[in-house]
Design a protein around this ligand. Sequence first.
Ligand SMILES: Nc1ncnc2c1ncn2[C@@H]1O[C@H](COP(=O)(O)OP(=O)(O)OP(=O)(O)O)[C@@H](O)[C@H]1O
Ligand SMILES: [Mg+2]
Length: 360
Amino acid sequence: MARLDLDLLGKSFGDTTAVAGVSLNVGDGELVSLLGPSGSGKSTVLRMIGGFERPSSGRVLIDGVDVTHVPPERRPTGMVFQSHALWSHMTVFGNVSFGLRLRRVPREEIAKRVEATLELVGLAGYGERLPNQLSGGQQQRVALARSLVLEPKILLLDEPFASLDQHLRERLRDEVRDIQKRLGITALFVTHGQDEALALADRIVVMRDGRIEQVGQPGDIYAAPRTAFVAGFIGAMNMLEGAITDGRILAGGLHLAAAGSGPAHLAIRPEDIEITDSGEDGHVTVRRMIDFGSHVVIDSSLADGSHLRLQTTKGVRVGEGERLGVRVRHYMVFAEALRDPIRYRGAGVDMLPNMELNYA
Ligand SMILES: Nc1ncnc2c1ncn2[C@@H]1O[C@H](COP(=O)(O)OP(=O)(O)OP(=O)(O)O)[C@@H](O)[C@H]1O
Ligand SMILES: [Mg+2]
């Protein structure tokens, strides 16, 4: 177990600013996901924590000790890299035991620890295999075992399962979480996948252009994104461009109550839109219906041609070209003139006199 503090951590490569002053505190045994678009600096942050990249500015502290200039092998961290390179000429045992042999751990202890770790990742009995005799998922487990066997206080995982199919990825992700909680390791997990982050993390860090855009618990980030970027990045979201005048936002032909003025984004989750009726005076036109079994997604067009995605309960059937009336249960307005977004609850698409405003 260890506590990790990043203090204004920055990294530039020539003219490129990869990481621009990231500060973050991670508690003992916490699992934090770093999420963000490609190139937003996630791997660079992880590599600086692991000691594989020298920061241009700022500090890394582990349990309050400044390790900014400590080499990787002397940090209590273990890293599983984005492209896991197992040594192909070495057996699974050879790969997993490598770090222990470097540390001159006695032979019997190595055997014991490797065996226990392989068991932990579900690979008991695979020690004599070569990497090319393993499936992709098994290779990822070996990469994980190679880090875990060194008993790191902080585990750094850089998209370890990106190359695997969804089922396997979900299973390994759950296993990693089990292991991490069981051993009480502090962990940072980089992922592209928002579902993965929502399912896995105690807290999510959303990164953009080398900066932290928002930090919070998964449910909070989903329900209360602080910026239009986070709103659009985490979970499915309809983002409509529009403008606020006279207490209303007009976007995509929708007309809803809103404070403020000027250009703004109207953000509505697909599951926050309810179908009220079907008929010629409807607000949207059905383009496509996708039946996921557990729920139904409807892609529709608004009056001005912009798209609106609705999610509804299973069994709902609509036809292409059908016009639907909708009610928006909950929406958010992001305006440049507003320092923070405002979340609204309730009411139909045309402003109702009794609409309740919810200033979050
Ligand atoms: N060694 C390097 N030399 C020059 N630029 C680099 C180097 N490593 C990273 N960068 C740049 O720094 C920025 C952040 O890269 P980083 O690998 O941290 O992104 P990432 O968020 O991990 O992206 P991805 O999701 O694609 O893995 C990018 O613009 C990248 O091109
Ligand atoms: Mg990366």
